[in-house]
Design a protein. Structure first.
Length: 135
């Protein structure tokens, strides 16, 4: 008689979607690279680049909405690892370095469930928008 031991994987794989609104103000858009870190109550998602998956190839421009998707192996939910905030990092490498998002819609997809949250500048769950070093 043969016994088979099945190893149950505890690793998580999923996606987070961002709907990012850039403000409609002079100088609000940027050509720089934007990175995100998500802070959870137990585990953080380390810095990842945000790339627009929408029709526009010129992301994060003034008065524009960009849809971005990142792959994550960190599970966020409403009980065990609650999203505490996000940190956006602007690398300041290109023309129009300053960037001003007006709000961000964050959606975590886990199977058929979707967790939605508006992250608005000034809201306690919005950690910071770090400006590039001014040398």
């Amino acid at each position: 008689m043969m016994t088979t031991i099945e190893e149950k994987s505890t690793s998580y794989r999923g996606y987070l979607f961002f709907e990012i609104y850039t403000a409609d103000e002079q100088g609000a858009g940027t050509d720089s690279n934007i990175y995100v870190t998500i802070v959870g109550t137990k585990t953080n998602l380390t810095r990842q680049a945000l790339r627009s998956i929408g029709p526009s190839m010129n992301a994060f421009e003034r008065n524009q909405v960009d849809i971005c998707m990142i792959y994550t192996n960190v599970k966020f939910d409403k009980t065990d690892n609650i999203i505490q905030g996000i940190e956006l990092i602007n690398d300041g490498k290109w023309i129009g370095s300053p960037w001003k998002p007006s709000c961000i819609y964050l959606s975590g997809v886990d199977g058929a469930q979707t967790n939605d949250r508006w992250v608005i500048s000034g809201n306690p769950i919005f950690i910071s928008l770090l400006e590039p070093n001014k040398a």
